[in-house]
Design a binder for this molecule. Structure first.
Ligand code: ZN
Length: 119
């Protein structure tokens, strides 16, 4: 079992047409929650103070509107780390292989961006 880290990361505006996109001096505040029909886990809404707009934590992640729960995304990512194929993961989670492939590609893009930003 892995231990979860409690790290307070700096938030950045991801909106491409915002003049404060990726600006480390721009303030981002938490601005409420919402749930989706596929996930009872609350999702964070954020507010870009410079650009004066709200956005969801998943809006610009590629997982926006992808009909999965955070738990399912986490399970798919963990199973992929054990080198299971998208077909096998789809079978285990009872999803279509195209759905799993889309989730994995979206998570890998966001992970790459996270790595490039933080490292
Ligand atoms: Zn913004």
């Amino acid at each position: 079992m892995t231990k979860k880290l409690s790290v307070d990361l700096k938030l950045f505006c991801p909106r491409e047409d915002c003049p404060y996109r990726n600006d480390s001096k721009n303030k981002i505040t938490k601005d409420g929650f919402y749930t989706t029909k596929n996930d009872s886990e609350r999702r964070q809404m954020l507010y870009c103070c410079g650009g004066k707009h709200r956005y969801s934590e998943t809006t610009y992640s590629g997982l926006w509107g992808k009909q999965g729960s955070f738990k399912e995304y986490e399970q798919a990512a963990k199973l992929f780390c054990y080198e299971l194929s998208a077909d096998t993961i789809a079978d285990i989670l009872g999803k279509d292989v195209r759905t799993i492939t889309t989730w994995l590609l979206s998570m890998s893009k966001k992970s790459k961006l996270f790595h490039e930003t933080m490292c």
